[in-house]
Design a binder for this molecule. Structure first.
Ligand SMILES: Nc1ncnc2c1ncn2[C@@H]1O[C@H](COP(=O)(O)OP(=O)(O)OP(=O)(O)O)[C@@H](O)[C@H]1O
Length: 258
């Protein structure tokens, strides 16, 4: 199915703040990868650079070998959910997807497919203003899936989901990866991540702290993901995001191709 993401030397500065600092990692197709980091680690900025929404100061991000802007069919190659706002409150979930499908020349039959896939079929004809946060998450995911993309980029997809919703999301993301898709999600819910993902990329203060298999991170010291995360990101809690922080060591960087 293609896909895969390569991030190489990616850097973004906002005045004195280096939001993303020489970040390099790979995301493999056919796996669910979590992109983790404390608040302000540069996750959203990185995802926005991958999607061509923010221009890097240095480095590059390639999706299936192409910068986003040069993908032959960008909206079909990549589906993304960066925030769950932006839905017209007076429109139903189904209408939202219909409009999107029309704009992107995607067959209208996909609308029902994705509604079923994200578990929103029963609420499809209700107005979005009556949707819970979890239902908006599902609608965002349905929008991202409309073009049947090889790569899915999801910012905090578990946000607002109840335990049953999280279990469904876990199963869905695993199924999507098993179909050969590249799935990247950011999350703050580490216990959920630990049950869902194969690979993790951990950043703090814009710098890479770990990229590799989850098992290779936690197994050697018999740690939970949370313990490993806190160990790798410890200095981030005590330094300001003002560009003056001392360089943090890259604790462990492993190839994702193990
Ligand atoms: N448009 C912007 N202008 C100025 N500073 C920005 C901008 N976008 C991000 N930053 C800064 O860059 C740093 C990284 O922000 P980013 O939102 O990428 O982090 P994050 O890891 O997604 O954080 P969170 O987990 O809190 O969402 C922060 O210090 C943030 O204040």
């Amino acid at each position: 199915m293609g896909g895969g993401i390569l991030v190489e030397g990616l850097t973004k500065r906002y005045q004195a703040v280096t939001a993303v600092d020489d970040l390099t990692f790979e995301v493999e197709a056919g796996k669910v990868t979590a992109f983790l980091g404390p608040n302000g680690a540069g996750k959203t900025t990185t995802l926005r650079m991958i999607l061509g929404l923010v221009r890097p100061d240095a480095g590059r991000a390639l999706i299936d070998g192409f910068p986003y802007a040069r993908l032959p069919h960008p909206r079909r190659a990549v589906g993304a959910v960066l925030e769950t706002g932006g839905f017209h409150p007076g429109r139903s979930g189904r209408d939202h997807l219909r409009v999107l499908a029309m704009a992107e020349r995607i067959p209208a039959t996909r609308v029902d497919d994705v509604l079923v896939r994200v578990g929103l079929a029963d609420a499809a004809d209700r107005r979005v203003k009556g949707y819970s946060l979890g239902m908006r998450q599902r609608l965002g995911l349905a929008s991202a899936l409309l073009g049947d993309p090889a790569v899915l980029i999801l910012d905090e997809p578990a946000n607002g989901l109840d335990p049953a919703g999280m279990a469904e999301l876990r199963e869905l993301l695993r199924d999507l990866a098993a179909e050969g898709r590249t799935v990247v999600m950011s999350s703050h819910v580490l216990s959920e991540v630990a049950q869902t993902v194969d690979h993790v990329v951990i950043a703090a203060e814009g710098r890479l702290r770990y990229a590799g298999r989850l098992a290779d991170l936690t197994a050697p010291q018999g740690e939970t993901l949370e313990a490993a995360f806190l160990r790798l990101t410890a200095s981030a809690a005590t330094t300001a995001h003002d560009g003056t922080a001392a360089d943090a060591p890259v604790a462990e960087v492993r190839s994702l191709h193990k």
